[in-house]
Design a protein around this ligand. Structure first.
Ligand SMILES: Cc1cc2nc3c(=O)[nH]c(=O)nc-3n(C[C@H](O)[C@H](O)[C@H](O)COP(=O)(O)OP(=O)(O)OC[C@H]3O[C@@H](n4cnc5c(N)ncnc54)[C@H](O)[C@@H]3O)c2cc1C
Length: 374
């Protein structure tokens, strides 16, 4: 029975574990935290992520573990609506809000049911290309496949691919869950996501994860230090978003701040070690595709036919099949984050120098050159 040792029990590690264990592999997932607790916030899962969850056959009605949106409203900081759409009509796909914990619970239950072991408080300190993980207690575990699913700051990646520089981007965000009040959403529509944009680069997203809990994300430029403070200063945020004081007043000590990072390693597999999820392709969250893409790369890996040839050939085929799409997604997300691409999304007021460039329908490369010059 082939053996897989997986570092990281996040969305990518657990998705991989479900599939390999169902194939009959002996799978162990190492999670450094003492419990499987996703940080207390929400996550937007788009059609591609939903399809992976459905293909995993976790529950015939996997969407019912989340909250499917029927309206997306993007506004100026003053509250004036700029764009309003039905997500399904606009994108041809579902947009479902989950509490992160609900997703992790679904996946971990399925991994355990398939026979995978989850080792908590088990920190990986090193990996090698020959197929071994070293734990912080000194134990060395050999495997047919070592999976680095340990996030953007991956230890496995550092061990097998070297100390690669993370892409740094101009933004960061504070995320939290807050209680929902029935009057939070116009017309009492508790399936409506709202986003508010300020020309100073601050952005507020309020997205219901259920009829009682909403996910709030407060985005700001890295240079905007006052906006990164946790607990947040409600007065500071209300000054930028005068119609949202009631939400900021509800935050209290909730929230944690993350700067945006990305990574594009030269390869996703090195000998018997392979990278999935943020460890392989961490991206800026402007498109809400980090976890969705993580599930895709993990699903593709877990579904690979490992009997089809030598491991290196199987992994090369896997990477060649899925990576171009993920590279494109990363690039697109970064374009939005940096203000190069979409005048109708989060940057649409952010950088007055960019507006004429964004609004002119000129080719991408020319836009990027103009952006660099600006
Ligand atoms: C502000 C923000 C908003 C986002 N919003 C969205 C969104 O709406 N939709 C979306 O699809 N994506 C979103 N993302 C991206 C998403 O969070 C990530 O892409 C996703 O969590 C990656 O999953 P992962 O399993 O690869 O890594 P992680 O979620 O980082 O999980 C890695 C796991 O490995 C564990 N670990 C780390 N190191 C070790 C070690 N040495 N030993 C053992 N265990 C270890 C960690 O504790 C963790 O449990 C957002 C990201 C940010 C920053």
């Amino acid at each position: 029975m082939p053996v897989a040792e997986i570092s990281g029990a996040g969305i990518a590690g657990l998705t991989t574990a479900v599939l390999l264990a169902r194939k009959g592999w002996q799978v162990r997932v190492h999670e450094r935290s003492p419990e499987l607790r996703a940080s207390g916030n929400g996550i937007t899962i788009f059609e591609n992520g939903i399809r992976v969850l459905e293909a995993l056959d976790l529950d015939p009605d996997v969407v019912s573990h989340g909250h499917q949106l029927n309206r997306f409203v993007i506004s100026r900081n003053t509250g004036e609506t700029v764009i309003e759409y039905d997500p399904f009509e606009a994108t041809g796909g579902r947009i479902v809000m989950f509490q992160r914990q609900a997703l992790v619970d679904l996946l971990s239950r399925a991994a355990i049911a398939a026979g995978a072991k989850i080792a908590l408080a088990s920190r990986v300190v090193e990996a090698d290309r020959a197929g071994a993980l070293l734990l912080d207690g000194g134990e060395r575990l050999e495997a047919d496949l070592v999976v680095g699913a340990d996030g953007i700051h991956s230890t496995v990646r550092r061990s097998v691919a070297g100390d690669l520089t993370l892409g740094k981007h101009r933004k960061g965000a504070i995320r939290m869950l807050i209680p929902t009040d029935a009057s939070d959403f116009p017309g009492g529509n508790l399936y409506m996501a709202r986003e508010f944009n300020h020309p100073n680069g601050r952005r507020v997203g309020i997205l219901p994860c259920s009829t009682t809990v909403s996910y709030m994300i407060l985005v700001s430029l890295r240079a905007d230090a006052a906006a990164h403070a946790v607990p947040i200063d409600p007065a500071l945020w209300e000054e930028s978003f005068p119609t949202l004081g009631r939400f900021f007043a509800r935050v209290g000590t909730r929230g944690h701040y993350d700067a945006y990072h990305s990574i594009q390693p030269p390869a996703w597999h090195f000998g018997r070690s392979v990278l999935v999820g943020d460890a392989a392709h961490g991206m800026t969250p402007a498109l809400g595709q980090g976890a969705c893409s993580s599930m895709m790369t993990a699903y593709a890996l877990g579904s690979a036919n490992f009997d089809a040839g030598p491991l290196d050939t199987v992994l090369s085929r896997w990477e060649a099949g899925i990576r171009p799409l993920i590279d494109f997604t990363q690039d697109f997300a970064e374009g939005i984050t940096e203000g190069r691409l979409d005048p109708n999304n989060e940057v649409f007021f952010a950088d007055p120098k960019l507006r004429p460039i964004l609004e002119a329908d000129i080719p991408r490369q020319a836009r990027e050159q103009a952006h660099q010059a600006a």
